[in-house]
Design a protein around this ligand. Sequence first.
Ligand code: HAM
Length: 423
Amino acid sequence: MEYRSVRGMEDMLPQDAWIWHYIEARARQEFAASGYSEIRTPILEDTAVFVRGIGDTTDIVTKEMFTFTDRKERSLTMRPEGTAPIVRAYIEHALLAIAPISRLYYVGPMFRAERPQKGRFRQFFQIGAEVIGSGSPFADIETIAQISSMMTLFGLKEFKIKLNTLGCRDDKAKFAVSLKNYLEDKRPRLCEDCVSRMDKNVLRVLDCKNPECREIVKDAPNVVDSLCQGCAEHFKKVKDGLNLLGIGFEEAKNLVRGLDYYTATVFELTHSALGGQDALAAGGRYDNLVKDMGGSALGAVGYAIGIERLIIALKAEGIKQTPETVVYIATMGDDAKLEGMRIAREIRVHIGLGNIVVLTDVGETSLKSQLRSADRSKAKIVIMLGDDELKQNKATIKDMGGKEPQVMVEIGSIVKEVVRRLC
Ligand code: HAM
């Protein structure tokens, strides 16, 4: 029997760990510097959290959730996204009492039973942010500015920000009517999915990927013509603010997003390396969600970045791992092996958790094969220690770059010598 990972769910292998750490460390740094606190919610939620939160006609809820009944006949779902659970937790733990505006972030796996392809998985990871408690356009501006600086901190250059508004709930309803009127006589040309979207969630016709549907919606009514004065002003302020901050964006009149909770500002970050699945990150305002889920009437805005897609984009732009500096301790004999481990620990403690790795041999191999391992791990310094040297309380230090001559030093001065050579 050959075991394989579940379709659409991938292993993160050791050779790729560095880029995950690189991304997460920078994200946490940027969030901390912007006053965000981390929130962790469980993988499983009551299914109702998502049905209510995301919307019962959305693709996610109707087709893509991993839902099962537990032993007590409760319907549970593996979270397909982070916003609805965070709003659930925000209300459950009365976070409003702690601060009028909460800036929250999260990092973790999400689950959607989509058809797997490049950049699309059934388990994927998101880095997300939610600002709950402000209906102001300044919260939108700050959020978009923040995701943009985060991308820069990751070293990503070729991304685009697409921006649109959906207006408030009333505007959305008004727009849905005018869109439906426009589409009515084109129904026979629409794809099967869009025909059913016409009756359930007509806005989604706008982001259908089918070429014929795309052609049809090119001349569809523009959402800005359905906006009330408040929403029109909100959108203008967001655009003016981004322009003033020098954050480039493109207005995308057909950007609607696949989750029902959005109102007003919506945005997406795209990257050409992603092909068909080109959304690297996406988000928007969801001013009704907290109230709809049983909390106070609070404005909120947020986004989520797909980590796997970010990795594809970063690799396409040529990101490389910063090489580690390796110190290899080659030992011969049992006593020397243990002394080697002690020295390794001393160097690690002294140097701290930098980009320096101290390796020892645990394979009981010959000196020759240990030196080969040192070479393979591109060690800069090799410390050689046998039981005979140990009796004299000495070890040999070899500079693999050949810059300094090989020397014998007292064991007590090894750490000082390594620090002098590396730092
Ligand atoms: P979303 O657009 O569904 O929004 O997902 C955000 C990002 O997650 C996408 O842009 C993409 O990078 C990544 N993603 C989504 N599905 C997959 C998949 N099957 N495989 C790989 N990556 C994927 C949300 O989830 C909202 N909760 C974002 C948000 C937060 N809005 C407000 N606050």
